[in-house]
Design a protein around this ligand. Structure first.
Ligand SMILES: *[C@@H]1O[C@H](CO)[C@@H](O)[C@H](O)[C@H]1NC(C)=O
Ligand SMILES: *[C@@H]1O[C@H](CO)[C@@H](O)[C@H](O)[C@H]1NC(C)=O
Length: 452
């Protein structure tokens, strides 16, 4: 049967799983606006009612508590990644992913109930959701290490990780109208309920190793066995060679690229819309089409780029190293150029175009440094991803603090330029370090301890 491919089915399910995890992460940001009684809050905090008028919800949660609730996810996310990566490698990546999505679905469905208990119950719920979210990237990487043949790895990684952008956009888009027409509780019930279907499909269709999958054809099984012959992909309890990992320059290249790239990503994702609103007087968030367009372009672009890199690799035109470097260069030089241009742009239209181009270019990361862990070490892909992704989450708290500190007291174009310059500098660091030290070759420490 030609039209069914077990490996692409797995990649698409991974993508949907990540879409759910990321969607259920951002939906709370929309929901909380509808859950809070803004009138009561304004009276309590003695301030002026906020400029934007919102419907009042039942809870008079202070801004401090809302901030706690929104950051709680992050703390859970930071903690669970590295243990999650090990569990996925040693026991089961399939059930690691199942747990990641399952925890998020369950606690999404329970959020309305917990909200009636106390604001702090939500903080706990969000920490647990974050613990679940944290294991999703390492789990995905271990699945990809076992399911993506080297000659198809770029496009399969793009398919899987694109789910994060798709989920973020889709869940944000639908949450607003659900809250408006049905009530905020239904954000959790509908999104959690629909997502629960994934768990059933995943439990049936997914498998840790291609040879164990029930629905795989004999041809594909043989193809996969051949594809992985050269790669040292072990099935077992290997000890992580920590010292070799942390002294590996190609691995440090991924860490730096991931860290710098995430700084830029949070800038684009959260700060650029603020900049447009405060400085250019353009509320992109109120335009669903314009705010989702960049992510749609990113989705398409990263799939095309992944496919092109795989084709060029298969034809022997480029090595894996060159492929990863091309994609990473696109993912850093393009947004870098856009941020440079943004320093001189005062037109909202031009800013929206630049934002779209940067997000599209950033899509190169999925088949660039983000799938590079698997090339370096298929055996420890989960652990390596856990390490780089943990370090790369730091900008998630640093960026809003940095921008707040610079731009809150002086929201002028001049302070925003400093923010943009820092972002540009980090992109330059990313591209230089990765071009020099990046590698697409399996590292000796991947199999160093085989048999022990
Ligand atoms: C919000 O708070 C105000 C002032 O405390 C109160 O009058 C109003 O009924 C509350 N609204 C809701 C929806 O609970
Ligand atoms: C709220 O702000 C507006 C304009 O900034 C001002 O005219 C008004 O008096 C303020 N109201 C209160 C209650 O502080």
């Amino acid at each position: 049967m030609k039209c069914y491919s077990a490996r692409y089915c797995t990649a698409i399910l991974l993508s949907l799983g990540l879409a759910i995890v990321y969607g259920l992460k951002v939906n709370y940001h929309v929901a909380v606006v509808a859950m809070v009684n803004h009138t009561a809050l304004a009276l309590e905090e003695g301030g002026n009612a906020t400029e934007e008028s919102h419907e009042d919800g039942p809870y008079a949660w202070s801004h401090f508590i809302q901030g706690l609730q929104l950051s709680a996810y992050f703390w859970g996310y930071m903690v669970s990644e590295i243990p999650g990566g090990r569990v996925a490698e040693v026991y089961s990546a399939k059930w690691t992913m199942f747990t990641a999505v399952g925890v998020n679905v369950l606690f999404t469905l329970l959020t309305p109930l917990f909200s009636t208990v106390s604001a702090y119950a939500i903080v706990v719920v969000r920490v647990i959701a974050g613990l679940g979210g944290g294991i999703s990237f390492p789990g995905t990487h271990v699945m990809l290490a076992r399911w993506s043949p080297p000659q198809e790895r770029s496009v399969m990684s793009s398919i899987a990780y694109c789910g994060t952008a798709a989920g973020t956009v889709l869940f944000t888009l639908v949450s607003g109208p659900i809250a408006k027409y049905l009530g905020w509780q239904w954000i959790f019930y509908i999104e959690g309920g629909v997502s629960a279907l994934w768990l059933i499909v995943w439990a049936i269709m997914a498998s840790d190793f291609p040879e164990k999958q029930k629905f795989i054809s004999a041809e594909e099984k043989e193809f996969m066995a051949n594809a992985f012959k050269e790669e040292g992909s072990g099935h077992g309890h290997m000890k992580v060679p920590w010292k070799a990992v942390f002294t590996s320059l190609p691995f440090w290249a991924i860490i730096i690229a991931h860290l710098c790239s995430n700084w830029g990503w949070y800038m684009v994702l959260t700060e650029l819309p603020t900049y447009m609103k405060n400085v250019l007087n353009f509320k992109i968030k109120e335009n669903a089409l314009l705010s989702s367009l960049p992510y749609f372009c990113m989705f398409i672009f990263s799939l095309i780029l992944g496919k092109c890199i795989d084709i060029m690799r298969t034809k022997g035109l480029i090595s894996t190293t060159i492929g990863r470097k091309i994609a990473t260069a696109i993912a850093s030089v393009v947004p870098c150029g856009c941020f440079a241009a943004l320093c001189f742009v005062t037109e909202p239209t031009a800013a929206v175009i630049l934002m779209t181009i940067s997000v599209t270019g950033i899509g190169g990361m999925y088949c660039g440094f983000l799938s590079n862990h698997i090339d370096l070490s298929p055996n420890f892909a989960g652990t390596l991803m856990a390490i780089t992704n943990t370090i790369a989450s730091i900008p998630g708290i640093l960026v809003p603090m940095f921008v707040g500190w610079l731009c809150e007291s002086d929201p002028s174009i001049a302070s925003w330029r400093i923010v943009f310059f820092v972002t540009i500098a980090l992109y330059i660091v990313e591209v230089v370090v990765y071009m020099i030290f990046g590698s697409g070759n399996e590292q000796p420490w991947n199999r160093a301890q085989e048999g022990t």
